[in-house]
Design a protein around this ligand. Sequence first.
Ligand SMILES: Nc1ncnc2c1ncn2[C@@H]1O[C@H](COP(=O)(O)OP(=O)(O)O)[C@@H](O)[C@H]1O
Ligand SMILES: [Mg+2]
Length: 588
Amino acid sequence: MNTAVIRRISGPVLRGATRDPFRIHEAVQVGGKGLLGEVIRMQDDEITVQLFEDGTGLRPGDPVVGQGMPLSVPLGPGLLGHIFDGLLRPLSGEGRDFLLPGRFDPPPGRFLFTPLVEPGRILKGGDPFATVRPADGASGEQLCLIPPDQAGEVVSIVAQGEWTDDETVCQLKDGQGRLIDIAMSHPWPVRRPRPVTQRLPVGPPLLTGQRILDTLFPVARGGKAMVPGGFGTGKTVLLETIAKWCDAEVIIYLGCGERGNEMAGVLDEFPHLEDPRTGRPLMERMVVIANTSNMPVAAREASVYTGITVAEYFRDQGLKVALMADSTSRWAEALREVSGRLGELPGEAGYPAYLSTRLAEFYERAARVITLSGKNGSLTVMGAVSPPSSDFTEPVTIQTKRYVRNFWALDRKRAQARFYPAIDPVLSYSEDADTLASWWSQEGAPDWAEHRRRFLTLLEEQTRLERMARILGKDSLPQAQRLTLLCAELVNDGFLRQSAFSVKDRHASPRKQTRMMGLLIRFMDRAAAAVAAGVGVERIIALSITRRLQRMGEEIGDEELERFDALDGLLETDFGSLVTASGEERRP
Ligand SMILES: Nc1ncnc2c1ncn2[C@@H]1O[C@H](COP(=O)(O)OP(=O)(O)O)[C@@H](O)[C@H]1O
Ligand SMILES: [Mg+2]
């Protein structure tokens, strides 16, 4: 066992004297309470440790004890349904609502274990060897996987029954004849990506039920998205909405360094939420990792890796996993603080030069893969970024942008106008959209890509025309351009705007989205033809279909899409009457 003695302490960073062969990233326990930390630097006879816990009370001379392995977390069937801190120590359940310092091995959970293999079977890393479900009958079935770095022939395996997740339930004999004990849970070092057989191109879409995302800026399964936005622009509400509604099978929600009240929504609300798809508690397929700003700063750094490691573990079971991180800026600030304490040369805005590499390593772990056991799994990552004073040119925003494929920029002006989700349709983009067009085609929307392009062009045109109108006055615009503005307003109000709190509209199925998009495109075509035939835009504004389209999202729920037929009809009659009426008008 490696040991050291504390020399100096500076906030979350301490230096210890040692002659032992510590390794970089080796987990350590410090002082009488056994506070958790990690070796981050070694020089001559000195190690530098970042502490994941509050080091108040530690003194020079206190011991540092190596754990002989990198910072690791236990992965197993007891994760789903629970709330953990950044080091995966439970914050919920077993009457445990607060954190005691030091290492904490959660009480083992009991699970109903059903073996999938028999003695004699050769298993490699990542192979499932059993299914488990909680003994209390709560959430669904999960697979037990052989740890990725183990393999061998099954020598023995317990019969179906109730076992705890830390007991040996299976023994393997490896190539050298050594026996390996396998439990339902296994530890994995958080900074090491879990291996896969193959990384696949992204796709099909991760549906969120949010029109502005699914239709304009869709994210593919295995993709990565960032949500930059100033304070109060709706990052947290957006990530929570996606957590509730997206079609991932497992949700990992990582609250990283935000103030406690920012996490209140997740901590208070989620445990009582119903899964809209199954009617079961939503938490049954969720893991929440909460590392609020009042928890030590270095733990925040670790929590990001903890979260993504847990997500990979479910991906390895062949599941569709989505991870939301709120906010990666707070994580970057933790890096900055620790780097400052180390006396490293600061880069832009004080962030360390390796900020970019760390961001890359994190987002790299999002992927659609073939797992070690040959299943398809995916991990989609969405990270909030909180640029100070909404300045998108600050380092965390700029560096994150290099590694994500989706940019969902929240706009302060929209948020102030209570236009939600306040995603800026001109600044935002999706690099996944082209690959997803074929999915929409197969779903009966062959025009999706074309319609989407028309919406985007229209919204860009709107920005240009509004600038012009501000200079010249709206009345000076020709009819065709005024129509462009009207259509853009309709697309904004009738399509992009979607309240997270409207029962009928908080989620929109792909079919609802394409029906709405189809109606708006028909409106744009009919209106353009009418204006070309000499009808004034004022008269189009006055049509009842114009008002109805503005409200259609709120009015028609996912379960009653046939009601869109009536709007199709109204659109035809309204424009029919316009053309006839204008024909009459033009007669002398
Ligand atoms: N999609 C939405 N629908 C309705 N209200 C929203 C929506 N998004 C944000 N809001 C409102 O804006 C407030 C701030 O949003 P929040 O997500 O906490 O901002 P941020 O995390 O960016 O600081 C919320 O409390 C809510 O009132
Ligand atoms: Mg927030």
